[in-house]
Design a binder for this molecule. Structure first.
Ligand SMILES: Cc1cc2nc3c(=O)[nH]c(=O)nc-3n(C[C@H](O)[C@H](O)[C@H](O)COP(=O)(O)OP(=O)(O)OC[C@H]3O[C@@H](n4cnc5c(N)ncnc54)[C@H](O)[C@@H]3O)c2cc1C
Length: 447
């Protein structure tokens, strides 16, 4: 059956993570007729939202999406995209985005920080064990800082709930403190935008160098939808796949991941597992990695640790006394999203050198914070930031436009190199800037 959705729009936005949600909300506010096409459901009001069952249901391949090298990618497919499972950490865009690539989003970011009240959690909510790690780092000369968050404890009180995020907020926030891009989808819809859920876009329709709509499937049925402007915001894996299906074979050649790993060590006191994730961080931009406080949620911990052997697996029984430090690497562009469906992300020699250096620093900090040296181990690597697959400078100009008129990309795939830090604030900044460009509010020089 081939059904033509009987609606046209000024702008089709594909995907509703921070990139898509921002563009949809901003363009709706500017009077555009916006249609959002989202592959997933809205799970926010379901009983399982924020539980282990929920995380399985809304992660791509039930959380069992792996690269050919065995790196586990967590890619939520749902309204709001990965912000349902993020740790709500916020970081300013790297300076090189403006200075090296000419993309200035300072005003858009400032505006977002004010609107969403982005700031660190109050001192008494940052977690005792996390604070112990930060103090240990500082004692060794590393300048740990309280991590700004898209998290406002007052929002949980408004919902007559207690702020109680623990590490389980990565399954989906149940206390309401965490900002989720789905809220901006709600705003867009309240302003007149339309959303079709379970709509999986397959390709962009192009005629004579101009985009004029998209084609995909809703459930088992094919559909087409028409608009003169199409913004792909299907994420670092979704957007290059759609472009490949549309005949743009350079998409997905090479990717970045901010490859992530946790280092654990057992202490005699309470650990970081029941504390809000990433409340303290330290950045080493010269080498290219960041460290932050984080422990896998209780039931996910053994699934990762068992891949490191029986000793690490048995440390599950001491999960509540475990200190966790996350390493996020600025990884080189490598591998990519392949047309046969495979994802490859090999670590380069440079990546391994950075990782080894970061591991040594983590070990010193954990020991200083009271962890037993013999208990320290590195869990297998994960990828939570698939990105850099449709890069500014390679496939996109600084206005995020492809070589096709009317076809733009606005999500993590546009990063020209690994961000090596939380991505969402940068993606929102890019979404606001693109919306101004599309609405003709300001002239941004084409490059
Ligand atoms: C566990 C975890 C923790 C994280 N913690 C942080 C953090 O603390 N701070 C931070 O800044 N970042 C964090 N991140 C990363 C951040 O959430 C992502 O980088 C960000 O959400 C990417 O935004 P996006 O708009 O590119 O895509 P996504 O958020 O991935 O959204 C893409 C959307 O497109 C939809 N889609 C995909 N394919 C199609 C298709 N073919 N048709 C229609 N729709 C489609 C998906 O369902 C999804 O809703 C974390 C991520 C994870 C998984």
């Amino acid at each position: 059956m081939f059904g033509k959705i009987n609606i046209s729009a000024d702008v089709i936005v594909v995907g509703s993570g921070p990139g898509g949600a921002t563009v949809a909300r901003e363009l709706t506010r500017k009077g555009k007729n916006v249609l959002i096409l989202e592959r997933g459901y809205d799970h926010r009001d379901r009983f399982y939202y924020g539980t282990y069952l929920g995380a399985l249901l809304y992660s791509d391949r039930m959380s069992l999406l792996f690269t050919e090298e065995g790196l586990n990618i967590i890619a939520p497919i749902m309204v709001g995209g990965a912000t349902s499972m993020y740790t709500a950490s916020a970081a300013e865009p790297p300076r090189w985005l403006k200075h090296k690539y000419g993309v200035d989003i300072d005003n858009e970011v400032k505006d977002t920080v004010e609107e969403l009240k982005i700031r660190p959690l109050p001192e008494d909510l940052r977690g005792r064990a996390s604070t112990r790690i930060a103090m240990a780092g500082q004692a060794l000369g590393y300048d740990w800082f309280p991590q700004p968050k898209f998290m406002d404890p007052a929002r949980s009180q408004q919902d007559e709930k207690d702020f109680n995020c623990q590490a389980s907020c990565m399954l989906g926030c149940r206390c309401g403190a965490k900002w989720n891009a789905a809220e901006w989808v709600d705003d867009a819809i309240a302003g007149g935008a339309r959303i079709i859920k379970r709509a999986r876009v397959h390709k962009v329709l192009i005629d004579d160098g101009h985009a004029f709509g998209v084609e995909g499937r809703i459930g088992g049925h094919k559909f087409t939808a028409m608009a003169e402007t199409v913004v792909l915001a299907a994420g670092g894996i979704g957007s290059p796949r759609i472009l490949q299906n549309s005949g743009m074979n350079e998409a997905g050649v090479g990717m970045t991941m901010d490859a992530t790993v946790m280092i654990y060590g057992v202490t005699r006191q309470n650990g970081t597992g029941k504390e809000p994730p990433m409340t303290w961080s330290w950045e080493n931009p010269d080498v290219g990695y960041m460290l932050s406080t984080l422990t896998d949620p209780w039931l996910l911990y053994p699934l990762a640790a068992v891949r490191k052997g029986i000793g690490p697996a048995l440390s599950w029984f001491q999960w509540h006394k475990m200190l966790g430090v996350m390493i996020k690497l600025k990884d080189d562009i490598s591998g990519g999203i392949y047309p046969d469906g495979k994802i490859r992300k090999p670590l380069t020699t440079g990546d391994n050198e950075r990782l080894n250096e970061a591991y040594e620093v983590c070990k010193r900090i954990l020991i200083e914070a009271g962890a037993k040296k013999s208990s320290i181990f590195m869990r297998p690597m994960i990828g939570t930031h698939p990105s850099g697959t449709v890069r500014i400078g390679d496939m996109l100009d600084t206005n995020l436009k492809t070589e096709i008129d009317g076809l733009y990309v606005c999500d993590a795939s546009v990063f020209p190199e690994a961000l090596d830090r939380p991505t969402v604030l940068t993606i929102i900044g890019l979404g606001k800037r693109l919306s101004q460009h599309l609405a003709g509010d300001n002239e941004i020089a084409e490059t």
